[in-house]
Design a protein. Structure first.
Length: 638
C-alpha cells in the first residue's frame, strides 16, 4: 500500500518520525535564524557608537565571524571579567593572542573590528566602511565554504548570497550618491537581502522515507493514505484598493485588473489537491486549539459537521485530560542531606586562602566544595542583577587611579572633580562600557555624581586625619595559624604619629556595614589587620568601611579619623578574638573534610542547629550571589 505525506511546515513531522523510529523526509524549513545568517548583522553592529554590549558579546561568541573564533572567545572571557575595550583584562587577552600562531594577524583583526573608528547612530556609517566590512565577512564565509567540511559549506551558502545582495544594495546606494546609512537603514537592507528560503542544511531525506511535498499545489500523485501535517494559515489574495464603482469605471476605460475572487477560487482548488490525492485515507494533524484554522479544515467541518477530531493528548494520556499540552511544574533538585558522606578525605583546591574562601567554608562547606574544590563557575553576568558590583569595581579603580596622581592627597574639591571629569569617560570605555550604552544614561549620570562626590568625601576624611601617604589595592600574604592567607587591602592610610589605618571600600549598603562593626562580625577587616601587622610589625590604629553612595566612613576606633563615625563592637570582641574564632572554625571544618564529610547548610533564617562548638564563628546565611551553587545542591528558595 502506497503512503504519502503532504505537508507545508515539515520540520515537526520529521522530528516525530525520527523520535518514533521512522526515516525522515528531509524537510528543509526556511528560517532567518540560522547562525551563518546572523554573522553579517553582528559584524555591521560593530560600526556604531555607543556600543551595544549584548551585540558585542554575541559577535565575540558567535560560531561564525570574520576572524578567529578562538581569539574572539578569549576576548569574550576578558570582556565578561571587565566590560570594556582597553582595560587590564582586555590587554591581557590581547597579549595572550599575540603569542599564538598567527597572533599578529589576529590582533590586526581585533583592532579593525573592535578598536577602530565607530560612527554615530544618528549620522550613520559611511558606505565605504560598510562595504569593507561586508567584504571581509563574505571572505571569511567563502573560506569556510571551501573547506573540507561539507556541512559547513552548506551552512554558509545562504549567508554568502546575503552578503552578495548587501554589497549590491550598498553599490546602488553609492551610485545614487547616498553618503551613509543609519542603523535602521542597514537593518532594512539586511532584511531585504536575506534569502527567505534559507533552510536547515542538516535536513536530509533518509532511505525508505515517505513520499512528500512541501506545498499543496504539488500534490499531483495519488496515494492510498495521505497525511497533511499542520496546514499553515495561507496568505489570501488582497482585495483591490478601490470601491466597486471605481473598479467598474476602470474596466470601462479598458484597464485590466486582477480578480481577487478568481484568485481565491484557484487557491481553493490547490488546497483540495491533498484531499483528492488520497485513495483510501486522508488525515490532517491540526494545530493546537485556538490557532487559526486552514480554510480546507473549515470546509471539511461544514461538509461533514459530525466528523470526529481525535486529540493526541487523549490518545496518550487518557480521556480525562482536557488540554493539548501539560504544564510541567518547576521542581527543585532533591535537597542535599545535611551531611554528604564522600568516604574519602578532601582538601581545598588552593593552598592560599582568602577572606571570601574562608567565609564560604565557615558558613556553608557544601557551597565551598562546589565553588572551590569542584571549581564549578556560573556564567558571568554583564549587567542584570550585578549592576552594583560593576559600579563598585569602577569606583575602586577611580580611587586607585586617584592616588597614583602626584600630590592628590592634598587636592581641593575643584582639583579632584576636574581630574575626575577628565578621566571618567575613558575609564568607562575601557572597563565599564555598559554605562555608555543607549538607555544607560541615568545609571551613567548617577555613577559620575556619586563617585565624584565620594572621592571628595574620602579625601576630606584622609586630610582631617592628617594622612601623609595612601596605598591602594595592596597585596599581602601571611599566615593564620597554619593557614596561608592572601588578599588585597583596598586602602592603607599612613600617618606621621598614628601608625596605619586599613579601609575596605564598598559601593553601597552603608547601614549594613555599620552594623557589621557594631555586632563585631568584621572578620574581613580583622584579617586585613592581621596581614598588615605581619608585614609592617604594627597593628593598624583603625579599621573601617568607606561607603561610596553616601560618602560615609565607619571605623572601629576613635581619635583617628575626626570626621568618621565610630562603631565599636557592642559585645567588645577584638580582632584577636575574631582571629582565634576563625582558627577554631578552620579546624572544625577541616576536620569534617578530612573525615570525608561535607556539611550542607540550607538557605534558612534560623540556623541554630547548624552552629559549631563554642569558640567558632557563627554560621550565618549566605547572600543571593550563591544562588547557582544552592540550586545545584537543591536548597535554593528565593
Amino acid at each position: 500500500m502506497t503512503r504519502s505525506l503532504k505537508h507545508v511546515e515539515g520540520s515537526g513531522s520529521d522530528a516525530t518520525f525520527l523520535a518514533t523510529g521512522f526515516p525522515a523526509c528531509g524537510f528543509n524549513s526556511a528560517s532567518d535564524l540560522r547562525p551563518a545568517l546572523q554573522a553579517l548583522g553582528l559584524a555591521l553592529e560593530m560600526c556604531w557608537a555607543p556600543v551595544h554590549v549584548e551585540r558585542l558579546v554575541e559577535f565575540l561568541s558567535h560560531p561564525f565571524g570574520p576572524f578567529s573564533r578562538r581569539a574572539r572567545g578569549r576576548l569574550a572571557r576578558a570582556f565578561s571579567d571587565q566590560p570594556g575595550l582597553g582595560g587590564d583584562a582586555w590587554a591581557r587577552a590581547k597579549t595572550d593572542i599575540g603569542g599564538w600562531e598567527g597572533g599578529p594577524a589576529m590582533l590586526d583583526e581585533v583592532a579593525y573590528w573592535l578598536e577602530g573608528e565607530r560612527w554615530s547612530r544618528k549620522d550613520g556609517t559611511p558606505l565605504d566602511a560598510l562595504i569593507g566590512r561586508t567584504e571581509k565577512v563574505r571572505g571569511a564565509l567563502q573560506r569556510r565554504a571551501t573547506g573540507k567540511d561539507a556541512n559547513a559549506a552548506a551552512a554558509v551558502s545562504a549567508a554568502l548570497h546575503q552578503c552578495t545582495a548587501v554589497l549590491e544594495g550598498l553599490a546602488e546606494f553609492k551610485r545614487q550618491g547616498v553618503p551613509a546609512l543609519t542603523p535602521r537603514q542597514v537593518e532594512q537592507l539586511l532584511a531585504t537581502s536575506t534569502p527567505g528560503g534559507a533552510g536547515n542544511p542538516a535536513a536530509v531525506a533518509q532511505m525508505g522515507c515517505l513520499k512528500s511535498a512541501t506545498t499543496p499545489d504539488t500534490c499531483i500523485e495519488a496515494a492510498d493514505e495521505v497525511l497533511w501535517w499542520m496546514p499553515s494559515t495561507p496568505a489570501l489574495p488582497a482585495p483591490l484598493p478601490w470601491s466597486t464603482e471605481e473598479v467598474a469605471a476602470l474596466k470601462v476605460l479598458g484597464v485590466e485588473l486582477r480578480d481577487p475572487r478568481q484568485e481565491l477560487e484557484l487557491l481553493a482548488m490547490q488546497w483540495l489537491r491533498p484531499l483528492l490525492a488520497a485513495r483510501k485515507k486522508f488525515a490532517i494533524v491540526l494545530p493546537p486549539p485556538g490557532a487559526e484554522e486552514h480554510p480546507l479544515c473549515q470546509l471539511i467541518k461544514r461538509l461533514a459537521p459530525g466528523i470526529k477530531v481525535e486529540r493526541i493528548d487523549e490518545a496518550i494520556y487518557g480521556a480525562h485530560q482536557d488540554v493539548i499540552s501539560h504544564t510541567v511544574e518547576d521542581v527543585l533538585l532533591k535537597p542535599a542531606e545535611r551531611y554528604i558522606e564522600l568516604g574519602r578525605p578532601i582538601a581545598p583546591r588552593r593552598a592560599e586562602q582568602s577572606y571570601s574562601s574562608l567565609e564560604l567554608l565557615f558558613k556553608n562547606p557544601a557551597v565551598a566544595a562546589v565553588s572551590n574544590v569542584a571549581a564549578l563557575e556560573s556564567s558571568a553576568s554583564l549587567w542584570a542583577s550585578r549592576e552594583n558590583t560593576l559600579l563598585g569595581n569602577l569606583a575602586h579603580r577611580v580611587v586607585e587611579l586617584l592616588f597614583q596622581q602626584q600630590g592628590a592627597l592634598a587636592w581641593s574639591d575643584s582639583q579632584t572633580l576636574a581630574w575626575f571629569d577628565g578621566m571618567v569617560d575613558g575609564l568607562l570605555a575601557a572597563e565599564g562600557i555598559n554605562l555608555l550604552m543607549q538607555g544607560a544614561g541615568v545609571t551613567e549620570a548617577r555613577f559620575k555624581r556619586v563617585c565624584g562626590s565620594a572621592i571628595c568625601a574620602l579625601l576630606h576624611h584622609l586630610q582631617s586625619a592628617k594622612a601623609v601617604r595612601v596605598e591602594t589595592e595592596v597585596h599581602f600574604k601571611g599566615m593564620l595559624g597554619t593557614v596561608e592567607l592572601g588578599g588585597r587591602i583596598d586602602l592603607l592610610a599612613y600617618f606621621a604619629d598614628k601608625g596605619i589605618a586599613a579601609l575596605d571600600l564598598k559601593w553601597t549598603r552603608g547601614k549594613w556595614f555599620a552594623e557589621v562593626l557594631s555586632e563585631g562580625k568584621y572578620l574581613q577587616l580583622a584579617l586585613y589587620s592581621h596581614l598588615t601587622e605581619q608585614k609592617h610589625g604594627i597593628k593598624p590604629a583603625a579599621l573601617g568601611y568607606f561607603v561610596f553612595d553616601r560618602g560615609d566612613l565607619f571605623v572601629t576606633a576613635p581619635d583617628v579619623f575626626p570626621t568618621a563615625q565610630v562603631r565599636s563592637p557592642r559585645n567588645g570582641v577584638t580582632t584577636h578574638e575574631l582571629l582565634e574564632q576563625a582558627k577554631a572554625s578552620w579546624s572544625w571544618r577541616m576536620g569534617q573534610w578530612k573525615a570525608g564529610t561535607i556539611e550542607f547548610v540550607p538557605y534558612l533564617d534560623d540556623l541554630q542547629e547548624y552552629q559549631g562548638d563554642e569558640g567558632t564563628l557563627p554560621v550565618e546565611k549566605l547572600g543571593p550571589f550563591y544562588a547557582e551553587e544552592f540550586t545545584l545542591l537543591g536548597g535554593w528558595e528565593p
